[in-house]
Write a protein that binds this ligand. Structure first.
Ligand code: HH2
Length: 289
C-alpha cells in the first residue's frame, strides 16, 4: 500500500474506497471443475452458504463464477453458465441486500443477466476480447469492470508461454484495453486492472508481475491480484494440492498488497483478512512517519 494513492471504484449503487486498506474479493465458484474447489459448491444452496460465510469472514466483494478458467478448461454454453450463477447471486442478495457482487464471466449475455440480478461488477478474464458486446453493456449499466491479462486461452495458455518483457507487455496490454473500455463509454473510475497470475505465465513471469505490481499501479487504475492457491505457489512450496497452499497464498498477497495491490481475490477470506489488517497497519504507519 505504500505505493497506493487513494482511489475510488465507481459502481452502480455506490463507491468502494481503495488505497486505505486492501479489499478482499472472496471467490464463489459454482463449477464442477474449478482447479481448487470444483464441485464443492455446485448446488445453489451450497454456493449461497459459501458466499454468506465469506461475507461474515470479512469479504468486501464476492466474485461468482460459473465457468472454470483453469488451464485446459473447456468453455461452457452461456445458458448453462447463467443457470449456475443466477440463483446464487439472487440467493446471496436476498439474504444480504448490501453485498457487492461481481460476476466472473467474459460473455455479455451472462454479464447482462447477472447485472439484472443485482451484481455490480463484471470480472472479465479476457479484458473485453471475449465478446464484442461486453464493453457497451458495462458502459450502459455503469458497472464496475475488472480487466485481466491472459496470454492465449485457458485450453492452451500454459503451453510454453514466452515474453520479451512480461511486465512491460502485460502493462501495455492492460493500458490499451482500459483505453478501449473508455472509448466504448466505460468511466475511468469504473476500471480495475489485473495482471492475470497463472494465465499464460510460468513461475518466473508470475514472480516478476507480483514483484513489479507498482509499475502496473502507476497506470493510475486500481490493481487486483489473484494468486490464491495457484500453481506457482505449489511450485515454490511443494504443496501439490491447491487446498494446501494457504500459507503460500498469504505470502503472495501480503507482499502484493505492500507492492501496490488494492484488491486481492482469494478463496480463504478469514486468514487473509487478519494478515491484511496487520499489513495495512504497517504500511499506514510508514506513510505517517
Ligand atoms: N483467477 C481465476 C479466475 N478468475 N479473475 C481475475 N480477475 N483474476 C484472477 O487471477 C482470476 C480470475 C482462477 O481461479 P479460480 O476461480 O479459483 O479457478 P477456476 O477458474 O478454475 O474456477
Amino acid at each position: 500500500m505504500s505505493s497506493r494513492s487513494l482511489l475510488t471504484w465507481r459502481l452502480p449503487r455506490g463507491e468502494l474506497a481503495l488505497g486505505r486498506r486492501t479489499l478482499i474479493m472472496g471467490i464463489v465458484n459454482v463449477t464442477p471443475d474449478s482447479f481448487s474447489d470444483g464441485g464443492r459448491f455446485l448446488s445453489p444452496q451450497a454456493a449461497v452458504d459459501q458466499g454468506l460465510r465469506l461475507l461474515d469472514e470479512g469479504a468486501d466483494i464476492l466474485d461468482v463464477g460459473g465457468e472454470s478458467t483453469r488451464p485446459g478448461a473447456e468453455p461452457v454454453p452461456a445458458e448453462e453458465e447463467q443457470a449456475r450463477v443466477l440463483p446464487v447471486i439472487r440467493g446471496i442478495l436476498a439474504r444480504r441486500p448490501g453485498a457487492v457482487v461481481s460476476i466472473d464471466t467474459y460473455k455479455a449475455a451472462v454479464a447482462a443477466a447477472a447485472l439484472e440480478a443485482g451484481a455490480q461488477i463484471v470480472n472479465d478474464v479476457t479484458a473485453l476480447r471475449g465478446d464484442a458486446d461486453m464493453a457497451a453493456l458495462v458502459a450502459q449499466r455503469g458497472a464496475g469492470l475488472v480487466l485481466m491479462h491472459m496470454r492465449g486461452e485457458p485450453r492452451t495458455m500454459q503451453k510454453d508461454p514466452r515474453y520479451d518483457d512480461v511486465v512491460a507487455e502485460v502493462t501495455a496490454f492492460l493500458q490499451r484495453q482500459a483505453q478501449a473500455a473508455q472509448e466504448a463509454g466505460v468511466a475511468r473510475e469504473a476500471i480495475v486492472v489485473d495482471p492475470g497470475i497463472g494465465f499464460g505465465k510460468n513461475l518466473e513471469h508470475n514472480l516478476a508481475l507480483i514483484r513489479h505490481l507498482g509499475s502496473l499501479r502507476a497506470l493510475g487504475y486500481p490493481v487486483l491480484l489473484g494468486a490464491s492457491r495457484k500453481t506457482f505457489i505449489g511450485q515454490l512450496t511443494g504443496r501439490e494440492q491447491p487446498r494446501d497452499r494457504l500459507w503460500g497464498t498469504l505470502g503472495a498477497h501480503v507482499v502484493g498488497a505492500a507492492l501496490g495491490a488494492d484488491i486481492v481475490r482469494v478463496h480463504d477470506v478469514a486468514p487473509l483478512k487478519e494478515a491484511l489488517v496487520v499489513t495495512d497497519a504497517i504500511l499506514a504507519a510508514g506513510e505517517e512517519s
